[in-house]
Design a protein around this ligand. Structure first.
Ligand SMILES: NC(=O)c1ccc[n+]([C@@H]2O[C@H](COP(=O)([O-])OP(=O)(O)OC[C@H]3O[C@@H](n4cnc5c(N)ncnc54)[C@H](O)[C@@H]3O)[C@@H](O)[C@H]2O)c1
Length: 271
Protein backbone atom coordinates (compact mmCIF):
# COMPACT_ATOMS: atom_id res chain seq x y z
CA UNK A 1 0.00 0.00 0.00
CA UNK A 2 1.33 3.41 -0.91
CA UNK A 3 0.75 5.04 2.42
CA UNK A 4 2.61 2.26 4.21
CA UNK A 5 5.60 2.17 1.89
CA UNK A 6 8.00 4.31 3.85
CA UNK A 7 6.71 3.52 7.32
CA UNK A 8 8.94 1.49 9.65
CA UNK A 9 11.97 0.40 7.76
CA UNK A 10 11.63 -2.34 10.32
CA UNK A 11 15.15 -3.05 11.48
CA UNK A 12 16.46 -3.86 8.00
CA UNK A 13 20.15 -2.99 7.54
CA UNK A 14 20.75 0.63 6.68
CA UNK A 15 23.39 2.08 4.36
CA UNK A 16 23.98 5.84 4.33
CA UNK A 17 25.39 7.66 1.29
CA UNK A 18 27.00 10.89 2.53
CA UNK A 19 28.78 13.51 0.41
CA UNK A 20 31.04 16.18 1.88
CA UNK A 21 31.89 13.43 4.37
CA UNK A 22 35.50 14.43 4.92
CA UNK A 23 34.80 17.42 7.14
CA UNK A 24 32.37 19.28 9.36
CA UNK A 25 28.72 18.26 9.35
CA UNK A 26 29.15 15.41 6.86
CA UNK A 27 31.85 13.76 8.98
CA UNK A 28 29.71 14.19 12.11
CA UNK A 29 26.75 12.54 10.37
CA UNK A 30 28.97 9.60 9.41
CA UNK A 31 30.25 9.20 12.99
CA UNK A 32 26.75 9.35 14.48
CA UNK A 33 25.17 6.94 12.00
CA UNK A 34 28.12 4.52 12.19
CA UNK A 35 27.69 4.47 15.99
CA UNK A 36 24.07 3.45 15.36
CA UNK A 37 25.25 0.52 13.22
CA UNK A 38 24.56 2.12 9.84
CA UNK A 39 27.04 1.30 7.05
CA UNK A 40 28.69 4.41 5.61
CA UNK A 41 29.43 5.26 1.98
CA UNK A 42 31.43 8.47 2.21
CA UNK A 43 32.21 10.71 -0.77
CA UNK A 44 34.32 13.84 -0.91
CA UNK A 45 37.03 15.37 -3.08
CA UNK A 46 39.32 15.53 -0.04
CA UNK A 47 41.08 12.17 0.07
CA UNK A 48 43.06 12.84 3.25
CA UNK A 49 39.89 13.90 5.07
CA UNK A 50 38.17 10.66 4.08
CA UNK A 51 41.10 8.66 5.46
CA UNK A 52 40.89 10.58 8.75
CA UNK A 53 37.16 9.93 8.91
CA UNK A 54 37.71 6.21 8.33
CA UNK A 55 40.23 6.09 11.19
CA UNK A 56 37.84 7.93 13.52
CA UNK A 57 35.09 5.38 12.86
CA UNK A 58 37.16 2.43 14.06
CA UNK A 59 37.67 -0.87 12.30
CA UNK A 60 34.24 -2.28 13.20
CA UNK A 61 32.39 0.19 11.00
CA UNK A 62 31.22 -0.99 7.59
CA UNK A 63 32.77 1.76 5.47
CA UNK A 64 33.43 2.59 1.85
CA UNK A 65 34.76 5.84 0.45
CA UNK A 66 35.18 7.51 -2.91
CA UNK A 67 37.21 10.54 -3.89
CA UNK A 68 34.87 12.35 -6.24
CA UNK A 69 33.53 15.74 -7.18
CA UNK A 70 29.77 16.00 -6.66
CA UNK A 71 29.51 17.93 -9.93
CA UNK A 72 30.45 14.72 -11.75
CA UNK A 73 27.24 12.77 -12.31
CA UNK A 74 28.95 9.67 -13.71
CA UNK A 75 31.26 9.49 -10.69
CA UNK A 76 28.31 9.69 -8.30
CA UNK A 77 26.43 6.99 -10.22
CA UNK A 78 29.51 4.75 -10.18
CA UNK A 79 29.83 5.18 -6.40
CA UNK A 80 26.16 4.32 -5.96
CA UNK A 81 26.74 1.08 -7.88
CA UNK A 82 29.89 0.32 -5.89
CA UNK A 83 28.09 1.00 -2.60
CA UNK A 84 25.19 -1.27 -3.47
CA UNK A 85 27.45 -4.13 -4.47
CA UNK A 86 29.85 -3.84 -1.52
CA UNK A 87 27.77 -2.48 1.39
CA UNK A 88 24.16 -3.25 0.45
CA UNK A 89 21.08 -1.28 -0.49
CA UNK A 90 21.31 2.47 0.08
CA UNK A 91 18.60 3.61 2.51
CA UNK A 92 19.78 7.01 3.75
CA UNK A 93 21.25 9.94 1.82
CA UNK A 94 22.86 13.13 3.11
CA UNK A 95 24.28 15.46 0.44
CA UNK A 96 26.57 17.62 2.60
CA UNK A 97 29.16 18.78 0.06
CA UNK A 98 29.07 22.53 -0.13
CA UNK A 99 31.06 25.70 0.07
CA UNK A 100 30.75 29.49 0.29
CA UNK A 101 32.58 32.15 -1.72
CA UNK A 102 31.54 35.55 -0.40
CA UNK A 103 31.93 38.79 -2.34
CA UNK A 104 29.93 41.97 -2.93
CA UNK A 105 27.42 41.18 -5.68
CA UNK A 106 28.66 43.98 -7.93
CA UNK A 107 32.16 42.48 -8.01
CA UNK A 108 31.28 38.81 -7.68
CA UNK A 109 32.72 37.01 -10.69
CA UNK A 110 30.64 34.70 -12.84
CA UNK A 111 33.07 31.94 -11.82
CA UNK A 112 32.37 32.54 -8.10
CA UNK A 113 28.65 32.45 -8.83
CA UNK A 114 28.86 29.26 -10.92
CA UNK A 115 31.12 27.42 -8.47
CA UNK A 116 28.76 27.86 -5.51
CA UNK A 117 25.61 27.11 -7.50
CA UNK A 118 27.24 24.10 -9.18
CA UNK A 119 28.40 22.45 -5.97
CA UNK A 120 25.67 23.41 -3.50
CA UNK A 121 22.65 23.08 -5.78
CA UNK A 122 23.52 21.07 -8.89
CA UNK A 123 25.77 18.71 -6.87
CA UNK A 124 22.96 18.09 -4.37
CA UNK A 125 20.51 17.44 -7.20
CA UNK A 126 22.89 14.91 -8.75
CA UNK A 127 23.32 13.10 -5.41
CA UNK A 128 19.54 12.93 -4.94
CA UNK A 129 19.01 11.78 -8.52
CA UNK A 130 21.75 9.12 -8.47
CA UNK A 131 20.61 7.59 -5.19
CA UNK A 132 16.87 7.86 -5.87
CA UNK A 133 17.43 5.78 -9.01
CA UNK A 134 18.08 2.78 -6.75
CA UNK A 135 15.78 3.71 -3.83
CA UNK A 136 12.58 4.49 -5.75
CA UNK A 137 12.12 1.01 -7.27
CA UNK A 138 12.42 -0.42 -3.73
CA UNK A 139 10.01 2.20 -2.34
CA UNK A 140 12.33 2.82 0.56
CA UNK A 141 14.61 5.73 1.37
CA UNK A 142 15.15 8.98 3.21
CA UNK A 143 17.15 12.00 2.04
CA UNK A 144 18.18 14.98 4.18
CA UNK A 145 19.78 17.94 2.37
CA UNK A 146 21.72 20.86 3.81
CA UNK A 147 19.88 24.15 3.51
CA UNK A 148 20.83 27.07 5.75
CA UNK A 149 19.32 29.97 7.63
CA UNK A 150 20.51 31.83 4.54
CA UNK A 151 17.47 30.29 2.83
CA UNK A 152 15.27 32.34 5.16
CA UNK A 153 16.35 35.75 3.92
CA UNK A 154 19.15 37.50 2.10
CA UNK A 155 22.69 38.08 3.32
CA UNK A 156 25.01 40.80 2.06
CA UNK A 157 28.03 39.42 0.23
CA UNK A 158 26.43 36.01 -0.14
CA UNK A 159 24.18 36.33 -3.20
CA UNK A 160 25.56 33.13 -4.70
CA UNK A 161 25.30 31.13 -1.46
CA UNK A 162 21.80 32.43 -0.65
CA UNK A 163 20.60 31.66 -4.18
CA UNK A 164 22.01 28.13 -3.90
CA UNK A 165 20.25 27.47 -0.59
CA UNK A 166 16.91 29.01 -1.63
CA UNK A 167 17.15 26.87 -4.75
CA UNK A 168 17.92 23.84 -2.63
CA UNK A 169 14.73 24.33 -0.61
CA UNK A 170 12.75 24.43 -3.87
CA UNK A 171 14.51 21.25 -4.92
CA UNK A 172 13.72 19.48 -1.63
CA UNK A 173 10.06 20.43 -1.71
CA UNK A 174 9.73 19.37 -5.35
CA UNK A 175 11.40 16.02 -4.78
CA UNK A 176 9.21 15.42 -1.72
CA UNK A 177 6.11 15.84 -3.85
CA UNK A 178 7.53 13.76 -6.68
CA UNK A 179 8.91 10.84 -4.68
CA UNK A 180 6.73 10.69 -1.56
CA UNK A 181 4.20 8.27 -2.99
CA UNK A 182 7.08 6.07 -4.12
CA UNK A 183 8.41 5.61 -0.59
CA UNK A 184 11.23 8.16 -0.52
CA UNK A 185 11.04 11.05 1.96
CA UNK A 186 13.02 14.22 1.25
CA UNK A 187 13.74 16.88 3.88
CA UNK A 188 16.32 19.50 4.73
CA UNK A 189 17.90 21.04 7.79
CA UNK A 190 18.62 24.77 7.98
CA UNK A 191 21.50 25.36 10.37
CA UNK A 192 22.65 28.72 11.70
CA UNK A 193 26.43 29.02 12.02
CA UNK A 194 28.03 25.67 12.76
CA UNK A 195 31.55 25.41 14.10
CA UNK A 196 33.28 24.03 10.97
CA UNK A 197 35.98 25.17 8.53
CA UNK A 198 33.24 26.62 6.31
CA UNK A 199 32.16 29.04 9.02
CA UNK A 200 35.71 30.23 9.59
CA UNK A 201 36.54 30.55 5.90
CA UNK A 202 33.24 31.56 4.39
CA UNK A 203 31.66 34.18 6.67
CA UNK A 204 33.24 37.58 7.39
CA UNK A 205 34.08 38.19 11.09
CA UNK A 206 31.80 41.19 11.54
CA UNK A 207 28.89 39.32 10.00
CA UNK A 208 29.51 36.30 12.18
CA UNK A 209 29.37 38.38 15.35
CA UNK A 210 26.86 41.11 14.51
CA UNK A 211 24.27 39.16 12.61
CA UNK A 212 24.64 35.54 13.54
CA UNK A 213 25.81 35.50 17.17
CA UNK A 214 24.23 38.67 18.57
CA UNK A 215 20.85 37.70 17.18
CA UNK A 216 20.93 34.07 18.26
CA UNK A 217 18.91 33.58 21.46
CA UNK A 218 21.05 30.62 22.53
CA UNK A 219 24.05 32.94 22.14
CA UNK A 220 26.40 30.52 20.44
CA UNK A 221 26.96 28.62 17.23
CA UNK A 222 26.01 24.95 16.85
CA UNK A 223 28.42 22.10 17.27
CA UNK A 224 28.47 19.66 14.36
CA UNK A 225 26.98 16.90 16.50
CA UNK A 226 23.90 19.04 17.22
CA UNK A 227 23.22 19.32 13.49
CA UNK A 228 23.98 15.63 12.93
CA UNK A 229 21.36 14.70 15.56
CA UNK A 230 18.68 16.63 13.66
CA UNK A 231 19.68 14.99 10.41
CA UNK A 232 19.67 11.54 12.01
CA UNK A 233 16.16 12.17 13.32
CA UNK A 234 14.83 13.16 9.90
CA UNK A 235 16.49 10.13 8.32
CA UNK A 236 15.02 7.75 10.87
CA UNK A 237 11.68 6.01 11.13
CA UNK A 238 10.89 8.38 14.01
CA UNK A 239 10.25 10.93 11.24
CA UNK A 240 8.25 8.53 9.07
CA UNK A 241 5.45 11.06 8.37
CA UNK A 242 7.75 14.04 7.77
CA UNK A 243 8.59 14.94 4.18
CA UNK A 244 9.20 18.21 2.36
CA UNK A 245 10.04 20.07 5.54
CA UNK A 246 12.97 22.28 6.46
CA UNK A 247 14.01 21.83 10.08
CA UNK A 248 15.68 24.92 11.52
CA UNK A 249 18.62 24.06 13.75
CA UNK A 250 19.47 27.64 14.52
CA UNK A 251 19.53 28.30 18.26
CA UNK A 252 16.36 30.35 17.87
CA UNK A 253 17.84 32.79 15.32
CA UNK A 254 14.97 32.83 12.86
CA UNK A 255 12.36 32.89 15.62
CA UNK A 256 13.49 36.41 16.37
CA UNK A 257 14.97 37.63 13.08
CA UNK A 258 13.24 41.00 13.40
CA UNK A 259 13.66 41.73 17.07
CA UNK A 260 16.18 39.69 18.88
CA UNK A 261 19.58 40.83 19.95
CA UNK A 262 21.32 38.57 22.43
CA UNK A 263 21.27 40.03 25.93
CA UNK A 264 18.31 42.34 25.38
CA UNK A 265 14.63 41.69 25.86
CA UNK A 266 12.42 44.15 24.02
CA UNK A 267 9.29 42.65 25.54
CA UNK A 268 10.35 44.00 28.95
CA UNK A 269 10.85 47.58 27.69
CA UNK A 270 8.34 50.07 29.02
CA UNK A 271 6.52 52.04 26.30
N1 LIG B 1 29.09 25.52 8.77
C1 LIG B 1 28.00 26.26 8.73
O1 LIG B 1 27.90 27.29 9.43
C2 LIG B 1 26.83 25.85 7.87
C3 LIG B 1 25.60 26.48 8.10
C4 LIG B 1 24.50 26.13 7.31
C5 LIG B 1 24.64 25.19 6.30
N2 LIG B 1 25.86 24.59 6.10
C6 LIG B 1 25.94 23.63 5.01
O2 LIG B 1 26.37 22.37 5.49
C7 LIG B 1 27.07 21.68 4.47
C8 LIG B 1 28.38 21.17 5.06
O3 LIG B 1 29.15 22.29 5.46
P1 LIG B 1 30.27 22.21 6.59
O4 LIG B 1 30.09 23.36 7.47
O5 LIG B 1 30.33 20.84 7.15
O6 LIG B 1 31.54 22.53 5.67
P2 LIG B 1 32.98 21.87 5.60
O7 LIG B 1 33.79 22.80 4.78
O8 LIG B 1 33.47 21.47 6.94
O9 LIG B 1 32.68 20.53 4.77
C9 LIG B 1 32.27 20.57 3.44
C10 LIG B 1 32.83 19.33 2.74
O10 LIG B 1 32.37 19.35 1.38
C11 LIG B 1 33.46 18.93 0.56
N3 LIG B 1 33.27 19.43 -0.80
C12 LIG B 1 33.22 20.72 -1.20
N4 LIG B 1 33.06 20.79 -2.53
C13 LIG B 1 33.00 19.50 -2.98
C14 LIG B 1 32.84 18.92 -4.26
N5 LIG B 1 32.72 19.67 -5.37
N6 LIG B 1 32.80 17.56 -4.35
C15 LIG B 1 32.94 16.80 -3.25
N7 LIG B 1 33.11 17.30 -2.01
C16 LIG B 1 33.13 18.63 -1.88
C17 LIG B 1 34.69 19.52 1.22
O11 LIG B 1 35.88 18.87 0.82
C18 LIG B 1 34.37 19.31 2.70
O12 LIG B 1 34.84 18.06 3.16
C19 LIG B 1 27.22 22.67 3.31
O13 LIG B 1 26.25 22.40 2.34
C20 LIG B 1 26.96 24.00 3.96
O14 LIG B 1 26.44 24.93 3.03
C21 LIG B 1 26.94 24.90 6.86
Amino acid sequence: MNNQSNYQRGGAPRVAFVTGAASGIGAAVCRLLAAQGVAIAAADHNEAGLATLHESLGCDARFLSAVLDVRDEAAQQAFVRDTESRLGEITDVVPCAGLARSAPAETMSAEQWDLVLDINLRGTFLTCKSTAAVMLPRRRGSIVCLASITAKGGQPGRANYAASKWGLVGLVKSLATEWGNRGVRVNAVAPNGVDTPMLTAGVPDHFRQAVMLDRTPLGRFAQVDEVAQGIAFLLSDAASYISGTVLEIDGGLTAGYLTHRHGTDYALDQH
